[in-house]
Design a protein around this ligand. Structure first.
Ligand code: C2O
Ligand code: CU
Ligand code: CU
Length: 536
C-alpha cells in the first residue's frame, strides 16, 4: 500500500477532477445504492440455486457451568469444507465449520470463551454488539498468535506478521500502523463476556489489524445469541422456527479455494489490489455457508435473524411473491435487540454487520408456494438469496407478534454533554480515513466520560456502514431530517449513503478503556478507516 495506490484509485475510480472534491463523488456507480464495491468473479461453474438445504449452525455446548458463568472453548483451525456441491474449499474456521458454532447465552450470565489458535496466521476475535470490557473486546493489535509460535519472532513468518513486528518499509503509506505494539498472546486466549446486556443477535468474527477482510472472507464468523426474560415472555416463534440467517457473498478460485484480491497472497501486507479498494463483492450468495439454499417451511410464523456478514455487499431484501397486503417482513428487533413495537416492511436494506430480526408469517401464502428471498440491489445471480418452500401439511402455530415488544429506553438528546463530528472519507494519500487520518492504534479521536451521553455525527463521501464497539446507539436524524425506515431501535452499525450525515446518541456505560469505531466495509476497515475512542 503506497501513495501511488491511493492516487491510482482516485484517478481510475473518481476521475481526476473529483480528487479535489472528494465529498462529491462524480462517478455514477458510486451513487448506485447497492454498489459500494466491485464484483470479483468465480473461476468455476456456479451451482444452480435452491438445490442445497439450508444448514443451521450447531449450538456450542459449554464445557462447564457454575452459578454465574458458562465456559466455552473454540479452536480456530483450517478445515476442508464442501460449500459448493462437489467442490472442496479450505476455510479458516471457528471449530471446523462455517459459520462457526452458535453461542447461546442468557442475559446476566457471563460467557467465558477460550479461543485456541491452530490457524497458520495470527487472529483476533471480537464479539460484535457485545457489551464487553476492553481487555476482552478484541482490540485489533492484541494478537492471538498460533499455537507453538514463540512470541514476536514467530509473527515474522509470512502470513502471520503482526503490525508491531513489521519493518517500517512494509507499512509505507499507512503511517501509524508501523509502531503498534499489541498485547500478544501465544496459543490460547480467554475472553469474558459479562452478559450485562439485553437479548440480541450478536456475532463474533476475526478483527486482526489489516486483515479482517481476508480473515472473515475465509470463514471466521459465527452467531452469538443472547436471550432474556423479557424476550422469553413473548409469544414469538421458537425452536426450529427461530432461525439465524448469515448472509455472505464469496468468490471461488478454479481449485475451489476462496478467491480474494489481496495485495499480497501471503498476507504479510494488508489491503487489496487497486480495483477492489472500494470493497470486494462475491458472485456466490451464501446463507449459513450454503449457496442459494432452500428451506421447507410450515404455514406458520418464523423468526428470521438476518445478519449481513458480507465484507462490502449491501442487500435490499424482499420476499417474492409478496403476500397479498404486503408488509411481509415484520421487524421485531435490530442490532441491539427488541424494538419497542414491531415495524412492518416490504423490503429491508441491510449493510455489512447489521442485523434485522424479522417475523414472517408463511400462512399468508397458499400451500406449495415457492417464496424467494431476493436481493433487489443485486443483478443476475446475486439478485437471489434463498427460497422458502411452503408446505401443505396442517400445523399448529401459537406464535404471533404482539403490538408491544419491549420496554426500550429512549435516550434524550438534551442529555448529550458533547457533540462530536466524524468524517468518513478517502484521502489522496492515506487511503480510507476518519477525520482525515488513517488508523493509528493508541491515538484516541474521542474521550467520552463513563456514564455520559454524547451526540455523534457521522458524514461520508461514499457508502460507509459505521460501527461502534462497547455500546449500542440510537439514530436521531439523517441529513437533518428524521431517521430512515431501517434505523429503529438500538443499533451498533448504521449505514450512511453517499454524501449523507447521520446523528446518533450514545451512552458509554460500565467499562472504561479503549474501544474501536470503524467502517464495517472490511476493505475500508483494513485500509485504515478505523479509530480508537477511550472511555474514562
Ligand atoms: Cu464487527 Cu469492530 O467489528
Ligand atoms: Cu464490533
Ligand atoms: Cu467505508
Amino acid at each position: 500500500m503506497n501513495r501511488r495506490r491511493f492516487l491510482g484509485i482516485g484517478a481510475s475510480v473518481l476521475g481526476a477532477g473529483a480528487l479535489a472534491a472528494v465529498a462529491v463523488p462524480s462517478a455514477a456507480w458510486l451513487l448506485a445504492e447497492g454498489r459500494p464495491g466491485r464484483l470479483l468473479s468465480s473461476e468455476l461453474d456456479l451451482p444452480e440455486a435452491f438445490q442445497v438445504p439450508l444448514p443451521v449452525p450447531a449450538v456450542l455446548q459449554p464445557v462447564r457451568t457454575d452459578g454465574t458463568n458458562d465456559y466455552y472453548e473454540i479452536t480456530q483451525k483450517v478445515a476442508e469444507l464442501e460449500i459448493l456441491p462437489g467442490v472442496k474449499t479450505e476455510a479458516w474456521t471457528y471449530g471446523g465449520s462455517y459459520p462457526g458454532p452458535t453461542v447461546v447465552t442468557r442475559s446476566g450470565r457471563a460467557a467465558v470463551i477460550k479461543h485456541r489458535n491452530e490457524l497458520p496466521v495470527a487472529s483476533v476475535v471480537h464479539l460484535h454488539g457485545g457489551h464487553t470490557p476492553a481487555d476482552s473486546d478484541g482490540y485489533p493489535v492484541d494478537l492471538l498468535l498460533p499455537v507453538g509460535s514463540s512470541g514476536a519472532a514467530a509473527s515474522m513468518s509470512p502470513g502471520s506478521v503482526s503490525p508491531g513486528s513489521m519493518s517500517p518499509g512494509t507499512m509505507d503509506g499507512m503511517p501509524g500502523m508501523r509502531h503498534a505494539a499489541g498485547r500478544n498472546t501465544v496459543g490460547e486466549r480467554t475472553h469474558t463476556y459479562p452478559g450485562k446486556q439485553r437479548a440480541a443477535t450478536l456475532w463474533y468474527h476475526d478483527h486482526r489489524m489489516g486483515f479482517t477482510g481476508p480473515g472473515v472472507w475465509r470463514g471466521l464468523s459465527g452467531f452469538h445469541l443472547v436471550h432474556d426474560d423479557e424476550e422469553g415472555a413473548l409469544p414469538l416463534p421458537r425452536g426450529e422456527r427461530d432461525l439465524p440467517l448469515m448472509l455472505a457473498d464469496r468468490s471461488f478460485a478454479a481449485d475451489g479455494s476462496f478467491r480474494y484480491p489481496s495485495t499480497d497472497a501471503a498476507l504479510a501486507v494488508p489491503g487489496v489490489t487497486d480495483d477492489y479498494m472500494n470493497g470486494v463483492l462475491g458472485d456466490v450468495i451464501l446463507v449459513n455457508g450454503a449457496p442459494w439454499p432452500r428451506l421447507d417451511v410450515d404455514r406458520a410464523h418464523y423468526r428470521l435473524r438476518l445478519l449481513n456478514a458480507s465484507n462490502a455487499r449491501l442487500y435490499r431484501l424482499e420476499l417474492d411473491p409478496q403476500p397479498s397486503g404486503g408488509d411481509a417482513l415484520v421487524q421485531i428487533g435490530s442490532d441491539g435487540g427488541l424494538l419497542a413495537a414491531p415495524v412492518a416492511h416490504d423490503g429491508i436494506e441491510i449493510a455489512p454487520a447489521e442485523r434485522f430480526d424479522v417475523v414472517v408469517d408463511f400462512s399468508r401464502y397458499p400451500p406449495g408456494t415457492q417464496v424467494r428471498l431476493l436481493n433487489r440491489f443485486g443483478s443476475g445471480r446475486t439478485a437471489e438469496v434463498m427460497r422458502f418452500d411452503v408446505s401443505s401439511r396442517p400445523v399448529s402455530d401459537d406464535a404471533r407478534v404482539p403490538d408491544k415488544l419491549s420496554v426500550m429506553e429512549e435516550l434524550d438528546a438534551s442529555a448529550a454533554v458533547t457533540t462530536r463530528d466524524f468524517r468518513f472519507r478517502r484521502s489522496r494519500s492515506d487511503g480510507w480515513t476518519i477525520n482525515d487520518d488513517p488508523y493509528q492504534p493508541g491515538r484516541s479521536l474521542a474521550t467520552p466520560a463513563l456514564g455520559s451521553v454524547e451526540r455523534w455525527r457521522f458524514s461520508t463521501d461514499v457508502h460507509h456502514p459505521v460501527h461502534l464497539h462497547l455500546d449500542h446507539f440510537q439514530v436521531i436524524g439523517r441529513n437533518g431530517k428524521d431517521p430512515g425506515p431501517w434505523d429503529a431501535g438500538w443499533k451498533d452499525t448504521v449505514d450512511l449513503r453517499p454524501a449523507e450525515a447521520v446523528e446518533v446518541l450514545v451512552r458509554f456505560t460500565d467499562y472504561a478503556g479503549t474501544y474501536m469505531m470503524h467502517c464495517h466495509n472490511l476493505e475500508h476497515e483494513d485500509m485504515a478507516m478505523m479509530a480508537d475512542f477511550t472511555v474514562g
